[in-house]
Design a protein around this ligand. Structure first.
Ligand SMILES: Nc1ncnc2c1ncn2[C@@H]1O[C@H](COP(=O)(O)OP(=O)(O)OP(=O)(O)O)[C@@H](O)[C@H]1O
Ligand SMILES: [Mg+2]
Length: 257
C-alpha cells in the first residue's frame, strides 16, 4: 500500500454546522495532489486536520498509517502569506524552522541544510536579507525552503501563490514542479484556481459545497511543463471542471433570484 495520507469517511462539525459529511480521499507517496473547491468548502480545514490542529468528529485521518497526533511531524506547511519572522534574515528564518523541530541537531548541520535549500529555491544571493527587503515571490521561496528544511515527507501548501502577481505566480508554479521533482516529496496543494490545478497536479480532487464530500477526482497524464491551451486533454478537463464549478454555484444563484 503506497497511500501516504488517507481521509476515510471523515465527519466534521463546527457547532451545529456540518463541514464534512463523509469526506474520503487518499494521497499516494510522491504524488502532487491539488485540492480544488469552492470558497468555504473546507480546503484549509483539511490541512488543519492533517496537522493535528483540529480533530474529526468521526471517521479517520491517517498519515503513513498514523493518526495526526503522531503523524503531524511528517508534514510541513507553506501558507498563502509566508509568515516569516521580520527580525531574522532569510537564512535565519529557515534555521528557525529547524531549531523549533530539531532541538538537538548540530548548528553546523542546520546551517549547511539551510544554505543548500536557499540555493535550491534560487535565493543564493539573498540569504542575508530580511523579509522586509524581499519581494513577495522571494519571501514565498524562503517559506518553501523553511518547509523543506525539516525534511517532511509531505508538504502542505495552502494557496501559496495567490497573493503574488501573475508573472511571479507562473514562475513559482514551474519552480515548485522542479523542486517537487528534485526532492521526491509528496505535495498536497490547495487552490481554488482551475488552471493552477491543471498545470501542477498529478491528480485533482474536487470538493463539493458544504456539507463537503469528494465530488470528483481527475488524473492528469499530460507531461510537464504544461500549457492548457495547447493540450486537447487538458482543455477538455478544464471545461469539465468549469462545468462542475458552475453546478456548484447554481444553488446560490437560485436562492438570490
Ligand atoms: N474555527 C472555526 N469555527 C467555526 N467555523 C469554522 C472554523 N474554521 C473554519 N470554519 C468554517 O468552516 C468552513 C471551511 O473553512 P475553510 O477555511 O477550510 O474553507 P476553504 O475551503 O479553505 O475556503 P477558502 O477557499 O475561502 O480559503 C467555512 O465555512 C468556515 O467558515
Ligand atoms: Mg482556505
Amino acid at each position: 500500500m503506497n497511500d501516504i495520507l488517507v481521509f476515510d469517511d471523515v465527519l466534521l462539525k463546527f457547532g451545529k454546522e456540518t463541514i464534512y459529511d463523509g469526506l474520503s480521499f487518499t494521497v499516494k507517496k510522491g504524488e502532487f495532489l491539488c485540492i480544488l473547491g469552492p470558497s468555504g468548502c473546507g480546503k484549509s480545514t483539511s490541512l488543519r486536520l492533517m496537522g493535528n490542529l483540529l480533530e474529526a468528529d468521526d471517521g479517520n485521518v491517517t498519515i503513513e498509517g498514523l493518526p495526526p497526533e503522531h503523524g503531524w511531524n511528517k508534514l510541513a506547511y507553506v501558507f498563502q502569506s509566508p509568515r516569516l519572522v521580520p527580525w531574522r534574515s532569510a537564512l535565519g528564518n529557515v534555521l528557525l524552522g529547524m531549531e523549533l523541530r530539531f532541538e538537538k541537531l548540530a548548528k553546523s548541520t542546520m546551517a549547511e541544510t539551510a544554505n543548500r535549500l536557499l540555493d535550491m529555491v534560487g535565493l543564493h544571493e539573498d540569504k542575508d536579507k530580511y523579509p522586509g527587503m524581499l519581494s513577495g515571490g522571494e519571501r514565498q521561496r524562503v517559506s518553501i525552503a523553511r518547509a523543506l528544511s525539516v525534511d517532511p515527507d509531505i508538504i502542505l501548501m495552502d494557496e501559496p501563490f495567490s497573493a503574488l502577481d501573475l508573472n511571479t505566480r507562473w514562475r513559482m508554479r514551474s519552480e515548485i514542479i522542479r523542486i517537487w521533482q528534485e526532492t521526491g516529496k509528496t505535495v498536497i496543494f490547495v487552490t481554488h484556481d482551475i488552471d493552477e490545478a491543471l498545470v501542477l497536479a498529478d491528480r485533482v480532487l474536487l470538493l463539493s459545497n458544504k456539507p463537503t464530500k469528494a465530488l470528483e477526482t481527475l488524473t492528469l497524464e499530460e507531461p510537464r511543463p504544461r500549457q492548457i491551451e495547447q493540450s486537447e486533454s487538458l482543455t477538455q478537463q478544464k471545461n469539465y471542471l468549469i462545468s462542475l464549478f458552475r453546478k456548484l454555484e447554481q444553488p446560490d444563484e437560485l436562492e438570490t433570484v
